[in-house]
Design a binder for this molecule. Sequence first.
Ligand SMILES: C[S@@+](CC[C@H](N)C(=O)[O-])C[C@H]1O[C@@H](n2cnc3c(N)ncnc32)[C@H](O)[C@@H]1O
Length: 228
Amino acid sequence: MSHTMVSEENAPLRKFLRPLIKLLRTAYIQGTTVVKLMPSERAIQLYYKFRHKSYDLQWSMDPGYRKGLRKLVELAIEENDRVLDVGCGTGTVTVMAAAKAREVVGIDLSPEMIELAREKAVKKGAANTTLIRSSVEGYRPEQPFDKVISSFMIPHVKPAFRPSIYSCMYAFLKPGGMVGLFGSRGEVCDVYEKRHIVEYNLGSAGFEDIEIFDIYDIYRIALARKPE
Ligand SMILES: C[S@@+](CC[C@H](N)C(=O)[O-])C[C@H]1O[C@@H](n2cnc3c(N)ncnc32)[C@H](O)[C@@H]1O
């Protein structure tokens, strides 16, 4: 297992503003504990029915989020990959991956989020993208993928059920395939997983070669490989 810290560029003004940026990011991430109040798939769908229109606007306030997603694509995706984006939401990382990969499939529980992802894929000319309304648990791909990525979906799942989500991601991959997860850190906010829990859940699902990248002050990428 490896652990790398990735720092943000330190232009003089940014260096000066760094403590404030960290404070604002931490406050925003603490607000995402609202997901604890959603006990079922129906409740998550209802939440995004009301939230979908403001979702991208809220995240656009932190350029670090998009930079973190770009880092995920840089680290996890190669040109010839078929990629699955699990809990793709409005498709922000789906279309970033589609600009590099051969083909990308995005799945999400929420019909409104999938609709926004479809609009984004059309706007970005991502013709190699397919978007499907499905839960992770109910999804049955016709063929396994080279890569599975997921951003900020796992916190929606209660900790006791997370091992089954990791197992689904494992099952969606070809032997030798790679999973790439993006989110925040349990050390910053308790709906996310602490580093040892991410490692434990990935390892228990069967993944090997686990690499953790702590991105800036609150984000985290975890990469791991399904054995050949
Ligand atoms: C916080 S959003 C993240 C969206 C996107 N990946 C991003 O980074 O902006 C979480 C998404 O996961 C979806 N989701 C939650 N539980 C899910 C499940 N069990 N199966 C599929 N999607 C799920 C929600 O509908 C929502 O769109």
